[in-house]
Write a protein that binds this ligand. Structure first.
Ligand code: TNX
Length: 507
């Protein structure tokens, strides 16, 4: 059946994030039951899993039940309707080439990418291009070349304040992949719970988790699931503050003067607590080393987030032994002691080929420039939007933006979409600009349970994904809202259970 596409305009396509370059033709490629896919790729490529899931999603949408008979020829196949060419398996790292080129003619679809990461993105775009009329499903003829604006396009999920089961994490990884996001930052330990099994230190979960934690097998399963979708997982163990759960299990490394059994407890409310590790105690580093030795090998990526935020320093100030230590070392305040602590972690992580990342409080005068600064403070904390991000880039740090991307606050989608911090870089040199790696939506879970977390994350995070992927000048709110309506349905296809009502979409 020939379907004319003459009436479709670019603006009618519900693509998100919007591609860098798109030339829409007037023809159509009609989808039918004989759709054949040829994949020219390395046998270990993620594209085989990606293409399988692509076909199943097309089935669900069309009812066509397309055969999964991949041809896997070394060369392009003349019989294939969809020809995928991607060489190697991309590394799950930042700064990988994630570009792709997608060409749809009336007889053939070609997807070219330097590696499978780009090819996966191309398949997501193709799924978003699918149209239908009363007689058939079809793709408009089109030529797209695409690549992300930023290399770090993340979502953080806080699994401490409310534990988030494996199924919640997996469906959100699927949604991230659909929005071309590539970093899952997993907040695994905070005052309200320690959420990762450490075999050598069972007390951490026996006493610090209320029974809700991920076994190492579950962690591996999720890391593999993320990898298949081209997503890097960055674990976070928040220290030295936000450590009530850790200290409920091991009070002896806390900074309270009386740091015996029972002196710390898991917190059951939101807030900033005093519980903080003792940086002057050698046992602190022994225990952390044992933790890192188990946590690091579970996460193949190069990044380890140590938190480092909101240490109020109260326990340090009221502990004479710690005060003495600070005096002896000529430390002028809690920042010097925290820098001392952070600097000790760097070689411990380096041993596992990991780079230290932390919330912006770790950015002190003597902090190593190898650290990655996660900028989060802004107007609510008396700073200008983007101030910390720019400061980090100017000071020589690689940096990631979360200020303005706090989806836990349930602000309007427009505030996130129009977050200008990422373009406030006119005064930066090209070198400084390159240090801005991208951004992360931050899903703090004080109010987010497994039942409502999807509604808090989606569809607003799709707008953030577009901000991080698409060109700066893709910023029309009406277009965003219009596309989000469709995208919201598409997110349900991958298992997201958000409330898809007008308020959520248009706020
Ligand atoms: C600040 S952002 C925190 C979190 C809270 C969040 C609530 C940051 C590094 N720390 O511990 O959950 O505010 O919005």
């Amino acid at each position: 059946v020939f379907v004319s596409n003459a009436q479709i305009q670019k603006e009618q396509l519900d693509l998100m994030p919007w591609p860098q370059k798109i030339d829409l033709g007037t023809g159509t490629f009609a989808l039918n039951k004989n759709f054949k896919v040829n994949i020219t790729a390395n046998p270990n490529s993620r594209i085989f899993i990606g293409a399988t899931s692509f076909l199943r999603r097309l089935d669900n949408r069309t009812g066509l039940f397309l055969p999964q008979n991949f041809l896997t020829q070394i060369n392009e196949s003349p019989e294939a309707e969809l020809q995928i060419n991607c060489g190697s398996a991309g590394k799950i790292e930042i700064n990988e080439n994630e570009s792709y080129e997608l060409i749809v003619t009336s007889s053939k679809i070609t997807l070219n990418a330097p590696n499978d990461l780009g090819a996966l993105h191309g398949l997501e775009t193709l799924l978003q291009l699918l149209q239908n009329n009363s007689t058939s499903y079809y793709f408009p003829t089109v030529s797209i070349t695409d690549a992300p604006r930023f290399t770090w396009r993340g979502l953080m999920i806080d699994a401490s304040r409310h534990f988030q089961p494996v199924a919640v994490i997996k469906r959100n990884l699927d949604a991230m992949a659909a929005m071309k996001m590539n970093v899952f930052h997993w907040h695994l330990a905070d005052d309200q719970g320690w959420r990762i099994q450490i075999k050598k230190l069972p007390k951490l979960t026996d006493l610090g988790s209320n029974g809700n934690f991920y076994s190492q097998e579950e962690i591996k399963d999720i890391v593999r699931y993320a990898d298949e979708r081209g997503i890097l997982v960055v674990p976070e163990i928040d220290i030295p503050g936000h450590a009530s759960a850790l200290l409920a299990a091991y009070p002896e490394i806390g900074s309270k003067v009386d740091n015996g059994i029972g002196s710390y407890a898991i917190q059951t409310n939101s807030g900033i607590y005093n519980a903080v590790l003792d940086p002057t105690n050698p046992k602190t580093y022994q225990l952390l080393e044992e933790i890192f030795d188990e946590v690091c090998p579970l996460f193949p990526g190069a990044y380890f987030h140590i938190g480092g935020d909101e240490n109020n320093g109260k326990e340090w100030a009221s502990n004479p032994r710690i005060q003495e230590f600070m005096k002896k070392n000529k430390f002028s305040g809690k920042h010097d002691l925290q820098t001392y602590f952070n600097m000790k972690l760097i070689p411990m992580l380096k041993k596992h080929s990991k780079k230290l990342m932390g919330w912006e409080e770790i950015m002190t005068d003597n902090m190593s420039k190898d650290a990655i600064i996660h900028a989060w403070r802004g107007v609510n904390e008396g700073l200008q939007p983007g101030e910390s991000l720019i400061k980090a880039a100017k000071s020589g740090y690689n940096t990631v933006l979360s200020n303005g991307f706090y989806i836990d606050l349930m602000l309007s989608i427009a505030t996130h979409y129009q977050n200008e911090s990422l373009s406030k870089n006119a005064l930066l040199s090209p070198e400084e600009k390159a240090r801005i790696l991208g951004g992360e939506a931050a899903m703090w879970s004080e109010l987010a349970t497994p039942l409502n977390i999807d509604s808090r994350i989606w569809p607003r995070t799709a707008a953030i994904a577009e901000r991080l992927w698409s060109n700066e000048n893709v910023n029309d709110l009406q277009s965003l809202y219009k596309r989000l309506k469709t995208i919201s349905f598409r997110l349900e296809e991958v298992g997201i259970t958000h409330i898809r009502n007008k308020e959520v979409i248009l706020r």
